[in-house]
Ligand binder design. Sequence first.
Ligand code: HEM
Length: 159
Amino acid sequence: MGFFKSLFGKKTKKEEGPVSAKQIELVQSTFAMVAPIADKAAEIFYAKLFELDPSLKSMFTSDMAEQGKKLMSMLAAAVNGLNNLEALVPVVQDLGKRHVGYNVEDSHYDTVAAALLYTLETGLGDNWNEEVKEAWTTVYVVLATTMKDAAATVETVEE
Ligand code: HEM
């Protein structure tokens, strides 16, 4: 809770956290534009991810089409949940903890960020711009940091 509370709970003059109301709106409206091509977006995402780091391929053992659906629906939940952080935070924390079991390491989050931004850029075409990129980067960093922080609390057995 600490991270989200400290970031989103911080009162600025407009009572906004690191993700401004405008950015939330931008992320939600642009996600809605790629939602109709979710399957295609997931395909672009994994192709880019494995191009950036082929070693990640072996971490995914389930059906990639299924995995793509899960990823997009979780992203949808997160994007729509930006207006209701109290409900979103524990969901994202649990997700982060589960990722420890998938052997995900902190550095992988940067690779996923690059693949996600590339996917959005490709999917949004003319609707992609610097402001949209910044909004998504901000939201992703908050999500990834919450996941990593939660993952760090999971006790793992050393091999
Ligand atoms: C914002 C970031 C991320 C989101 C929203 C996300 C979302 C998901 C979701 C919804 C699942 C389905 C299983 C579950 O709910 O536990 C999943 C599984 C998985 N994710 Fe992520 N993930 C993220 C980051 C990452 C990163 C950085 C990696 C590193 C490569 C990764 C690798 C995996 C793997 C290996 C699985 C299991 C696949 C399998 O069962 O075959 N994810 N992820």
